[in-house]
Design a protein around this ligand. Structure first.
Ligand code: IDP
Ligand code: MG
Length: 147
């Protein structure tokens, strides 16, 4: 297994519900460390650019309206198999189909307001991280125990 990085977003519904801490806690207790973290309010342009791969989908405009409707938390998570592990912790896109104990099963409102985003491949993770955190690419972190 390799140490990887992935992009996580706590979407506006998650921030509105006041569960930033609970969500971050799930990542930390599963070995995913936030190495960059920022609360922001996405502009229409930022959200459209981020979700450009979905431009042709019928839900695109609603998705952009939702993602710009309130603050979000942007995070880079680092850990073993971070991309896949984050997707497992998140659960399926549609909370009705999400497994027990996943973030989306426990907190999501519906298939659109599903609380978290996570990169779906190592390659997309690199693109998504550099979209929001270009500076993170150069940092290395040393997780040795404090003495
Ligand atoms: P993912 O977030 O699980 O990777 P994607 O298929 O990449 O799912 O879709 C991106 C986001 O678009 C979803 O997380 C959700 O917010 C929204 N979305 C996806 N499918 C639908 C849909 O059928 N109706 C409304 N919104 C959707
Ligand atoms: Mg996706």
């Amino acid at each position: 297994m390799a140490t990887e990085r992935t992009l996580s977003i706590i979407k506006p519904d998650g921030v509105e519900k006041g569960i930033i801490g609970k969500i971050v806690s799930r990542f930390e207790s599963n070995g995913l460390k936030p190495i960059a973290l920022r609360l922001t309010h996405l502009s229409k342009r930022e959200a459209e650019g981020f979700y450009a791969v979905h431009k042709a989908r019928p839900f695109f405009n609603d998705l952009v309206t939702f993602m710009t409707g309130g603050p979000v938390v942007l995070m880079v998570l680092e850990g073993e198999n971070a991309v896949l592990k984050n997707r497992e912790i998140m659960g399926a896109t549609d909370p009705k189909k999400a497994a027990e104990g996943t973030i989306r099963k426990d907190f999501a409102t519906d298939i659109e307001k599903n609380t978290v985003h996570g990169s779906d491949s190592a390659e997309n993770a690199r693109v998504e991280i550099s979209y929001f955190f270009p500076e993170v690419q150069v940092h290395a972190y040393d997780w040795k125990k404090l003495t």
